[in-house]
Design a protein around this ligand. Structure first.
Ligand code: UDP
Length: 239
């Protein structure tokens, strides 16, 4: 008998940095191939999967601005970087035979589709993976905020942030060996304690629209499936 997923529709946020794997920059084909396999398995169970992809492995607006570039131009470059990552994911998924559509918040419709909410939902209903690229389409925002926005717009049951660590800690676990991981916390606590799960804009969007968030480690193969089958993987953030 097929296992029963705990969620019907999920929004998966993948950071651009995670796609680098062990590299300094760009995309590690091994990492993207494995992510595509894991997502395809979820889809086989009947879970509708939407992905928001970051761009930090190529360009980050804040970093370029620090080096002297105009911030808005820098953010445009950051958003375009997420489109490149989106195309790479689409390619990896379609090589596995899984249909996928990249939808961009910025119009570049010779490269991918424009983001149109109803069309995105239709793709999901048909079992296609949808990759939301170009963040929110606005400078000064992050792809975490884009993920919370899209999760709410498409009525996802949960937002899953797959990142470099396996949950939310009271301090940076990559720097502090004594850091303690939370099993569960509220959006209020995450905001008040400046826990750095996501930026405040993204946290407030999730809080006000009552969407739960799970933070999991992108490098733990199988965790995504276990979570979708109902196991309490990583940290749960909720209202
Ligand atoms: N970005 C933006 N508006 C958005 C989302 C992203 O301007 O709504 C730009 C911003 O410059 C950001 C870059 O795109 O630094 C890449 O996104 P992000 O840093 O969130 O990627 P991640 O950290 O997930 O790799």
């Amino acid at each position: 008998e097929q296992p029963r997923p705990a969620y019907k529709r999920i929004l998966l946020k993948l950071s651009g940095e995670a796609l680098m794997g062990d590299q300094e920059y760009g995309i590690d084909p091994k990492v993207i191939g494995r992510m595509a396999r894991e997502v395809t398995e979820l889809s086989r169970l009947g879970v509708e999967v939407a992905i928001v992809i970051g761009g930090g492995n190529i360009f980050r607006g804040a970093g370029l601005a620090e080096a002297g570039m105009d911030r808005v131009t820098a953010d445009h470059m950051g958003m375009l970087a997420t489109v490149m990552n989106g195309l790479a994911i689409q390619d990896a998924l379609e090589r596995l035979g899984k249909f996928c559509r990249v939808m961009s918040a910025l119009k570049i419709n010779q490269v991918c589709e424009d983001y149109i909410r109803r069309r995105a939902i239709r793709h999901l209903e048909k079992g296609r993976i949808v990759v939301f690229a170009a963040g929110t389409g606005n400078p000064f925002f992050t792809t975490d905020t884009a993920a919370s926005l899209r999760a709410i717009e498409i009525n996802a049951d949960i937002m899953i942030k797959a990142t470099k660590v396996d949950g939310v800690y009271d301090s940076d676990p990559l720097k502090n060996a004594g850091a303690v991981r939370y099993e569960r916390l509220t959006y209020e606590e995450a905001l008040a304690r400046h826990l750095g799960v996501m930026d405040a804009t993204a946290l407030v969007m999730c809080r006000d629209n009552n969407i739960p968030l799970r933070v999991i480690n992108i490098f733990n193969e199988g965790d995504l499936m276990r979570l979708v089958l109902g196991e309490p993987i990583g940290t749960l953030v909720e209202r």
